[in-house]
Design a protein around this ligand. Structure first.
Ligand SMILES: [Zn+2]
Length: 311
């Protein structure tokens, strides 16, 4: 009998720890206060799934929020598995922001197991028209292409969704959030408008990259990505795919093969060698790279794609 009670007590503790029940959540908050500065205490605790959302949230919330990212630096988010610590972190937040369209397959399960009725959940893809994956990709990658943040237009919608949630959670700072949104979205618009004009004047719309992450960017500018990888997070192309890419590179006189940090470079390098092209870096922004901001990375990507199409 005693053994049974102990087992029940232990299980209850484990469940409470796992789901971050309201008691342990407030306990964690109180504990946190001691180690934090007075200033941190007043900040909204925002947890985002991965890197670009951190920048969007910080662009709006600035010093009024404290952002932590679930997927660690240098980890490919497509292959990411959530830990119990991550779940506790999300469970104790004021706001949880994710990208959507299957980028975080762990979200639904996580949210049903978190018991924090005050947690505000932001699906930042709300209002964005998804791009469907091809039949072959659906099985491995899900129904939709998840790389919305690489479109300046869609990044603006994601940022607006975050801004709306911050206004709702912290009404007294509404003007501050609205002003920051206006500043950031103007920068997104300016970059979009600059390249909308530039790409209009380009004849060759094809570019070749490792990771098929630029579908939404292509939709913005009428471009076409040709991906070396057979799947988003890695994988070798079939011999036919590789032959098609070689033919395309020759036909369109492609001089640059773009390559991402977190994807495997080997196939891109082989392809580049066989068609006499050079390999150049492109940012998926899935993890932060080289201390560049979202806008800096996007500017560099667009500028490099544009000049590769003009060679
Ligand atoms: Zn990706």
């Amino acid at each position: 009998m005693l053994k049974k009670i102990i087992i029940i007590m232990i299980s209850t503790c484990i469940i409470a720890t796992l789901v971050g029940c309201s008691q342990s959540t407030s306990g964690a908050k109180e504990q946190g206060v001691n180690s934090k500065t007075q200033n941190d205490q007043s900040k909204l605790k925002v947890v985002v799934s991965f890197n670009p959302l951190k920048e969007f949230a910080e662009a709006i919330g600035k010093d009024k929020i404290q952002v932590t990212t679930v997927v660690p630096e240098g980890v490919e988010p497509h292959d990411f598995d959530l830990t119990i610590k991550d779940m506790k972190n999300i469970g104790s937040a004021d706001l949880f922001v994710y990208s959507g369209f299957g980028m975080e397959p762990w979200v639904d399960k996580t949210l049903t197991s978190i018991d924090n009725k005050d947690l505000m959940v932001v699906n930042s893809s709300k209002g964005i028209t998804p791009l469907k994956n091809s039949a072959g990709e659906v099985q491995q990658e899900g129904q939709y292409d998840p790389h919305i943040w690489l479109s300046l237009k869609d990044a603006k919608i994601q940022t607006k969704n975050i801004k709306d949630a911050l206004v709702k959670a912290d009404k007294k700072n509404e003007k501050f959030y609205e002003k920051n949104y206006l500043d950031f979205s103007t920068q997104l618009d300016n970059l979009y408008n600059e390249y909308k004009t530039k790409f209009k004047g380009v004849q060759n719309k094809n570019f070749v990259t490792g990771h098929a992450a630029f579908g939404y960017m292509c939709r913005d500018f009428g471009l076409k990505q040709n991906s070396v990888e057979s799947v988003f997070g890695g994988g070798e192309p079939t011999p036919q795919t590789l032959k098609q890419l070689v033919d395309l590179c020759k036909k369109d006189k492609i001089k640059v093969i773009f390559m991402e940090q977190l994807a495997s470079p080997r196939v891109s390098e082989t392809l580049a060698q066989s068609v006499g092209a050079k390999v150049q870096k492109i940012y998926t922004i899935e993890s932060s790279e080289g201390n560049k901001t979202y806008l800096e990375s996007m500017k560099e990507n667009l500028s490099n794609i544009y000049s590769s199409l003009n060679q």
